[in-house]
Design a protein around this ligand. Structure first.
Ligand SMILES: [Zn+2]
Length: 64
């Protein structure tokens, strides 16, 4: 798996669950590749704050 594919899967994962084999491939890539690890961390945080923004729950951000 290359970095482009990995970042694509990482962002798609936010919307829909990946198949087991894709999940494993992505995990393996993230273990080896710091760049994609950071990228996937960033989009997770982004989707977290997006969700609390959409649900109108901003208390979660203040707690952090
Ligand atoms: Zn990568």
């Amino acid at each position: 798996m290359n970095c482009q594919k990995a970042s694509e899967l990482a962002s798609r994962q936010q919307d829909q669950p990946l198949s087991l084999s894709k999940k494993i491939n992505l995990k393996l890539h993230l273990l080896m590749c710091e760049h994609c690890r950071n990228f996937s961390k960033n989009i997770e945080q982004l989707s977290d704050s997006m969700q609390s923004f959409l649900s109108g729950d901003d208390s979660k951000d203040q707690k952090k």
